[in-house]
Design a protein around this ligand. Structure first.
Ligand SMILES: Nc1ncnc2c1ncn2[C@@H]1O[C@H](COP(=O)(O)OP(=O)(O)OP(=O)(O)O)[C@@H](O)[C@H]1O
Length: 861
C-alpha cells in the first residue's frame, strides 16, 4: 500500500487550529505590531534618534554658553520666534537650538543641564546595540541628582552673576535653603552633600584598611539573620494551564493484534496533552482513556511522578496485554507521594542546606545581593501549543506499514502499541515466540523505506521492557518550550543542587536532571542540529534556579559569538582570571591558563575540605554557613563552578594535550568540590573526544550527527545519525539511552533573561579564579630585576663559585626544573653576572670572585 504523503506544513503547530476570520485578523494585527517592536531596524532607528538628540543638545548647550548674551532678547520671546523669519540667532543650531538650550540652562538647571545629554547618549547606545552597554537606571539616578545638586551649589556660590549658573531650579533651591537655614546653614548642607558623595563614591579609609579577600565580601551577622528568614525572593511563576477536562493527556496507542482477530482495537493512554488532528475515522473501534503504562523510572527524572494521577477507575481498564512481558519495577506509592507533594520540600540529607543550623547565627551567602530576584517564567515565550498533535490516520498507517513490512520477512508479532512524543512516536512490538531480535534490528532500513520517513530508529530490545521499539518521526512536531519546563512543579520544587531542564522524553515526561550528579556532560552534534539551543537551555535552567552567590560560570567560546550574550552578567554569574578584561574566553592561550587556574582552584578547594574534615562541597558549605569554619583561615562559601566549552574541537586542534590534560584532571577529580564541566563539539571524532576525555564524561548528549561512527564515538552506540535535528537528541545517562526533544529557548528569550539579571545590582567584580602563570611565558618574557627569583642570589653564588655559566649546573645542584633554571640564568645575564647564551657552550661568568659578587649584589640592591 502506498504511503499517504503528508502535505508539508511550514506553519508552527500553534497556528494549525481552525480559526474564524475575525480571530485571524486580530491575531495578524497583533503579530505585526509585535514584529515591528522586535524588528532590529526599529531598535536601530530609535537608538540613532536618541544619539542625535544627545549630539543636538550638547552642541546647542555649548554654543549657548558663547551666544546667550546676544541671543537673549530674541529667545526670551519664547517659541514664537521659530515662526518669525526676521528673527536671527547666533546659536550654532539655530532658533530651536537656542530655545532648547535656554530652556534647559536658563530656566531649569544652569550648567548642570549638560548632564542630560548623557542620558540620551546612554539610551541611544543601548538601543542601537540592543544590549545593556550602560545602565540606564544608574545614569538616570546620577543625572537627576547631579542636576539638582550641582545647580543648587552653583546658584549658591555664584548668586548675583549675570549668567544664571545654577538655572531657575538651582536658584530656587539655593534661595529656599538660604531662607530656611541662613547662608552658613545652606552652605553647610550643600558642603555635606558634596562630602557625602565623595565618601560614598570613593570610601576613603578613615581607619586601618581591611584585608582584601578574594571571595565576595562576607555579610555581617545581624544581616545574615535577616536573610535566613527571607533568603532569595522568588518571582511568582505563572501557573501553567492544565488541560481541560476531557482533553487527552499524552497518547499511548495500543493495537492488539491477535491472529484470529483481523481488526485492531485502538486505545489512547493518557500522559500529556494530545490533540487529535482529525476526527476519529472508521476503523477505530474505541478510544479509551487509560492510566499511563508504568515505565521503569529513570533515576534523575522527577517530573514523571509530579504529573497529576489519572482516575484509578481507569486503571482497571488496562488490558492484560499491555503489561510488559518482563516485570518492571513500578514506582512505589511512597515515591509518588513524595514527588507529588508540592508544599515545601521536607529537609533530607540531600537538601541544599542540611546543616544543623542555629537560625540566628547562620551565614547567608545570598545576603550580599539580598535584593536579587531570580528571573520569572514570563520572560520566556510559549512556542506554540504544548499539546502533542497526532493524526490517528498517521498512526494507523504507520502501524500497518510496520506489520506489513515485518510480515514480508516472516516476522509475526503478538502486539503493537504506540507512544506519541513531541517529535517521534514509539511503536513497541512484542514479537511472536521464537522470532530473533537481530532479525528485526537488521530490517531498520527496510522499515524506514516502507514508512518513507527519515529518522527511524530501532531499539531492539528496549532495555528492561522485553519489547522492540521502532521510533518514527511525527509528521507534525511539537516544540517543547523552556517556559513549560521551568514553570513545572518538578523544576521549581526540585531539591537538586544544579537542576537542568533538558527537554521531554518520548512519553512526554519532563526530563529534569541534576548536573551535580552527572557530574560532567559531553555534548556533540553536527552544525545546526540544536547544540547551541541545548547549551542555552542548560545555562538558562541554572540562571533560573540559582542565586549569584551559589553559582559561577566559566565560559569558553572559541567561536566568539555563541556565549557573548552572557557577558552582561559578568558581575553576577561569571568567573574569570585576575587581570583579564573579558570574562568570556575566546583565545586558546587564555583557555589553557583558565583551565589550569581551575585546577588550582580545585586543589585549593580540596585543601579547604581537608582542613574542614568534609567530603564534599555540600558538607563544606553547610559547615561554613553554620559558622563552624573560620574565614580567617581562608574558609569561605564555595559557589558551584560550571565550565562550559562551546566548540571543544577548535581547542583540541590548536592546543592538544595542553587542553586535554587539565580537562581530564578536572573531570576526574572536580566532582566533589563542585566544579562541573559541559563540553560541546561539532566534530565528535576520536581525535577530539579521546579515550581519556570519554572515560571521564559518563553523561553524554548527542544531537544529530553525520555518521554512525560519530554516533558511536559519542554514545558508544549508533542512533544519533538517525535523529531528525532541531533539538531531537539522545542522552546517555547512567548507562541508559533516552531519546528527548530538547527544550527550545530562542536567542531573544536568553537576551531577556540576561537583561533581567544584568539590570539588577551585581558584585563589584566577577568571581576571581586563582592566578596561573605559565612557566613558558616567563622563560621568554622580559623581567624586572625587582621581580627576581627568590633563588637568584643562591644561583649567582653557585655560578660564581664554579665559574661555569651552565643552566644544567643550576638544575642539578639546586634541584630545579629546566624552566626555572633557564629563567634564573636569564636573570643572571640581565644582572650582568653571566654573559649571553653561547649555544651548547656554557656562558661566560663575568664576575670572578665572591667578594666581587657581593659588591655587585649590594649595588643591585
Ligand atoms: N530544541 C529545539 N526545538 C526546536 N527547534 C530547534 C531546537 N533546537 C534547535 N532548533 C532549531 O535549529 C536551529 C539551529 O539550532 P542551533 O543554533 O542550536 O544549532 P547548533 O547545532 O548550535 O549549530 P552550530 O553548531 O552551527 O552553532 C535553531 O535556530 C532552531 O530553529
Amino acid at each position: 500500500m502506498a504511503t499517504k504523503s503528508k502535505p508539508k506544513n511550514k506553519k508552527p503547530i500553534a497556528r494549525n487550529h481552525n480559526t474564524t476570520g475575525t480571530w485571524k485578523v486580530e491575531k495578524e494585527e497583533k503579530v505585526q505590531l509585535r514584529e515591528l517592536a522586535k524588528d532590529e531596524r526599529t531598535w536601530k532607528i530609535a537608538g540613532t534618534t536618541f544619539l542625535l538628540v544627545s549630539v543636538f543638545l550638547i552642541i546647542s548647550f555649548i554654543s549657548y554658553f558663547f551666544t546667550w548674551r546676544q541671543d537673549f532678547t530674541q529667545i526670551s520671546r519664547g517659541s514664537d520666534i521659530l515662526w518669525d523669519p526676521d528673527v536671527k540667532v547666533l546659536n550654532l543650531l539655530g532658533k530651536l537650538g537656542a530655545l532648547t538650550a535656554h530652556y534647559f540652562i536658563y530656566r531649569l538647571f544652569g550648567v548642570a543641564a549638560i548632564l542630560i545629554c548623557t542620558f540620551f547618549f546612554v539610551v541611544g547606545v543601548n538601543l542601537l546595540w540592543r544590549r545593556r552597554v550602560f545602565s540606564v537606571w544608574r545614569n538616570l539616578k546620577y543625572v537627576t541628582l547631579g542636576m539638582l545638586v550641582v545647580s543648587a551649589i552653583l546658584a549658591f556660590l555664584l548668586p548675583d552673576e549675570e549668567f544664571r549658573w545654577g538655572g531657575g531650579v538651582g536658584n530656587m533651591i539655593a534661595s529656599w535653603l538660604r531662607g530656611s537655614l541662613g547662608t552658613i546653614g545652606a552652605g553647610a548642607v550643600l558642603g555635606l552633600i558634596v562630602i557625602a558623595y565623595f565618601i560614598w563614591q570613593f570610601n576613603p579609609a578613615f581607619s586601618f584598611p581591611k584585608k582584601l579577600k578574594r571571595a565576595q565580601p562576607e555579610a555581617d551577622t545581624a544581616a545574615a539573620t535577616e536573610a535566613m528568614e527571607q533568603p532569595v525572593e522568588e518571582e511568582a511563576v505563572p501557573e501553567i494551564k492544565k488541560p481541560a477536562a476531557g482533553e487527552t493527556k499524552g497518547a499511548k496507542l495500543v493495537i492488539d493484534t491477535e491472529v484470529e482477530k483481523p481488526k485492531y482495537d485502538i486505545k489512547l493512554i493518557n500522559k500529556e496533552p494530545v490533540v487529535q488532528a482529525k476526527e476519529e475515522e472508521e476503523g477505530y473501534e474505541r478510544i479509551t482513556v487509560l492510566k499511563p503504562e508504568v515505565r521503569k523510572p529513570t533515576p534523575p527524572v522527577k517530573e514523571a511522578v509530579a504529573e497529576p494521577e489519572p482516575d484509578p477507575a481507569q486503571e482497571l481498564e488496562m488490558p492484560a496485554a499491555v503489561k510488559p512481558v518482563k516485570p518492571v519495577k513500578p514506582l512505589s506509592d511512597e515515591a509518588l507521594k513524595l514527588e507529588i507533594n508540592s508544599g515545601p520540600i521536607a529537609p533530607t540529607p540531600e537538601a541544599a542546606t542540611p546543616a544543623p543550623v542555629e537560625k540566628t547565627k547562620a551565614y547567608e551567602p545570598a545576603l550580599d545581593l539580598k535584593h536579587y530576584k531570580k528571573p520569572s517564567a514570563d520572560l520566556l515565550e510559549s512556542h506554540g501549543s504544548e499539546k502533542v498533535v497526532q493524526d490517528p490516520a498517521e498512526l494507523e498507517n504507520n502501524k500497518n506499514q510496520i506489520i506489513k513490512t515485518l510480515a514480508n520477512y516472516d516476522i509475526e508479532i503478538q502486539k503493537i502499541s504506540a507512544t506519541v512524543g513531541p517529535t517521534v512516536t514509539l511503536y513497541e512490538i512484542v514479537p511472536a515466540a521464537g522470532v530473533r531480535i537481530s532479525k528485526i534490528k537488521n530490517l531498520e532500513d527496510d522499515i524506514a523505506l516502507s514508512l518513507s520517513a527519515l529518522g527511524i530508529r530501532i531499539i531492539a530490545p528496549i532495555p528492561g521492557r522485553g519489547t522492540i521499539g521502532i521510533e518514527v518521526p511525527n509528521a507534525r512536531k511539537t516544540i517543547v518550550s523552556m517556559k513549560t519546563l521551568l514553570a513545572s512543579d518538578a523544576f521549581r520544587n526540585s531539591s537538586f543542587s544544579l537542576p537542568i531542564a533538558l527537554g521531554k522524553r518520548i512519553d512526554n515526561e519532563n526530563f529534569i536532571v541534576d548536573l551535580a550528579t552527572m557530574p560532567h556532560l559531553l555534548m556533540a552534534g553536527a552544525t545546526g542540529q540544536g547544540k547551541s539551543v541545548g547549551i542555552n537551555a542548560i545555562l538558562v535552567s541554572l540562571l533560573y534556579s540559582k542565586h549569584p552567590s551559589q553559582l559561577k560560570f566559566v565560559l569558553v567560546d572559541p567561536k566568539k559569538v555563541e556565549l557573548s550574550v552572557y557577558s552582561q552578567i559578568v558581575n553576577h554569574f561569571l568567573a574569570r582570571l585576575p587581570n583579564e578584561e573579558d570574562a568570556i574566553i575566546t583565545d586558546t592561550k587564555k583557555v589553557i591558563n583558565t583551565l589550569n587556574a581551575l585546577c588550582i582552584e580545585m586543589d585549593n578547594r580540596y585543601d579547604l575540605l581537608k582542613d574542614a574534615g568534609c567530603r564534599n562541597i555540600k558538607e563544606y558549605n553547610a559547615k561554613f554557613t553554620a559558622r563552624k569554619l573560620n574565614p580567617e583561615k581562608g574558609h569561605q562559601f564555595l559557589p558551584f563552578i560550571v565550565l562550559v566549552v562551546d566548540e571543544f574541537a577548535d581547542l583540541i586542534m590548536t592546543a592538544g594535550k595542553e587542553v586535554e590534560m587539565p580537562i581530564a584532571r578536572l573531570a576526574q577529580l572536580a566532582r566533589a568540590i563542585g566544579i562541573h564541566l559541559i563540553i560541546a563539539t561539532q566534530r565528535p571524532s576520536v581525535n577530539i573526544i579521546t579515550g581519556i576525555i570519554k572515560a571521564n564524561f559518563p553523561a553524554r548528549i548527542a544531537f544529530k550527527v553525520s555518521s554512525k561512527i560519530d554516533s558511536r564515538t559519542i554514545l558508544d552506540a549508533g542512533g544519533a545519525d538517525q535523529l531528525i535535528g532541531k533539538g531531537d537528541m539522545l542522552i546517555s545517562l547512567n548507562g541508559e539511552l533516552s531519546r528527548l526533544q530538547c527544550a527550545f529557548v530562542d536567542t531573544p528569550e536568553v537576551d531577556k533573561v540576561v537583561d533581567f539579571i544584568a539590570y539588577q545590582e551585581g558584585y563589584p567584580q566577577p568571581f576571581l579564579l586563582p592566578e596561573y602563570i605559565d612557566e613558558k611565558d616567563l622563560e621568554t618574557g622580559d623581567f624586572d630585576l625587582d621581580d627576581r627569583d627568590s633563588l637568584f642570589e643562591d644561583a649567582a653564588r653557585l655560578i660564581v663559585a664554579n665559574q661555569i655559566g651552565s643552566t644544567s649546573l643550576l638544575q642539578r645542584r639546586m634541584k630545579l626544573g629546566y624552566n626555572r633554571a633557564g629563567r634564573l640564568m636569564d636573570q643572571l645575564e640581565q644582572a650582568g653576572i653571566v654573559g649571553p647564551n653561547q649555544g651548547s657552550k656554557a656562558r661566560e661568568v663575568l664576575i670572578k670572585t665572591e667578594s666581587e659578587l657581593q659588591q655587585h649584589l649590594d649595588m643591585l640592591g
